[in-house]
Write a protein that binds this ligand. Structure first.
Ligand code: AHR
Length: 344
């Protein structure tokens, strides 16, 4: 063929007083600050406890690169509103420098808690240390950082991306278990250096190595976007005439790739087997139509868990160091059934 480690975060209820003066609305869209934001902020002074003050949460989002991200942003904004928190929201447009600027701006504004979804894994220690020195607790959502010093953040809420990659690989191994010839796989990776790209690759590779005829013949980043997924798939199709499988690290790249596959006169899901990650509506629709064969779910609705953690941290309660999101998988048939009640 072709640990859960409990950590008592010593944040006194006094942090509730450290909120910004602008408490008019629930959400403040804080653009990534332009200049002067690189200066080290002064440490936040402790304030007396008060239960009546609104909690201020500074949140730095990766960007708006995918359907998953749009659903994640909505979940965070809606949940903050529901919880009655003041949300200072900043869109980093997939740039780490913008996230660092936003975090420094949140420190200067003396928010109660900072949360962010780090665009890449490395390079956070300095700014996280600044938040720690300012006594502002940091919560990671969706993506992890590779900092050795885990005291730099309170908790990490999100998926197990390695496990997602394993699930994708396991399904493929099972699908081709009787195949004797080479199975040529192309891979569309997520944003270079991001936790989901690193981990989904690692988990997938770990599973398929058990079957040596499953061969990754090309692997390139599509930056988690539809446009890039299409562009890179076009290049893959030009360079390789014998592609059997596409493994895309998210639905958006798979959807872009489907356009390229169809434009090349091939049938996605039949001529090329497609596996992707996320399970957003457009991806599930493609799966229900048989164009994507298998989707590993990655749940973007992290807002309620985040607000719960923020509340607990501000109240000085214990928070699990790692909060893993529960997720499933979908074949085409399962996607068809799940689609009508899909929230995002
Ligand atoms: O970090 C989660 C990943 O980021 C999602 O799988 C992807 O769609 C998003 O852009």
């Amino acid at each position: 063929m072709k640990a859960t480690k409990k950590m008592g975060f010593a944040v006194a209820a006094s942090l509730m007083m450290l909120f910004s003066a602008a408490c008019g609305g629930n959400t403040t869209n804080t653009p990534a600050p332009e200049q002067g934001a690189g200066e080290k902020p002064a440490a936040a002074a402790p304030a007396p406890a008060s239960k009546d003050k609104k909690i201020t949460l500074g949140f730095s989002q990766v960007g708006a690169e995918s359907g998953w991200r749009t659903a994640n942003t909505k979940s965070i904004q809606d949940s903050a509103k529901e919880a009655g928190f003041e949300l200072k929201f900043s869109d980093a447009q997939q740039k780490q420098e913008n996230q660092i600027k936003a975090i420094r701006s949140f420190i200067q504004q003396k928010v109660d808690v900072i949360a962010f979804s780090p665009v890449v894994e490395s390079g956070w220690d300095t700014v996280l240390k600044e938040a720690k020195d300012a006594k502002i607790p940091v919560i990671l959502t969706d993506r992890a950082v590779d900092s050795k010093d885990t005291s730099l953040y309170v908790t990490f809420i999100g998926s197990d991306f390695v496990e997602e990659g394993r699930r994708a690989g396991k399904w493929l191994v099972e699908k081709f278990k009787d195949e004797k010839g080479d199975v040529n796989i192309v891979e569309l990776q997520g944003t270079t250096g991001s936790a989901p790209a690193n981990d989904r690759k690692a988990g997938f590779d770990e599973m398929i190595k058990a079957q040596p005829n499953l061969k990754v013949i090309a692997s390139q980043t599509g930056d988690f976007t539809r446009a890039k997924g299409k562009e890179v798939m076009q290049a893959f199709l030009k360079a390789h005439k014998d592609i059997d499988v596409l493994y895309a690290h998210n639905d958006d790249m798979a959807l872009g790739a489907i356009q390229a596959i169809e434009a090349a006169g091939l049938k996605p899901g039949q001529d090329i087997i497609i596996i992707s990650v996320d399970g957003v509506k457009d991806g599930m629709t493609a799966a229900a139509e048989g164009k994507i064969n298998f989707i590993v779910e990655c749940n973007p609705l992290l807002g309620p868990q985040l607000m719960e953690a923020v509340k607990n941290v501000v109240e000085g309660k214990q928070v699990d160091k790692r909060i893993v999101t529960k997720e499933g998988t979908f074949t085409s048939e399962e996607a068809k059934k799940a689609l009508p009640s899909r929230q995002y």
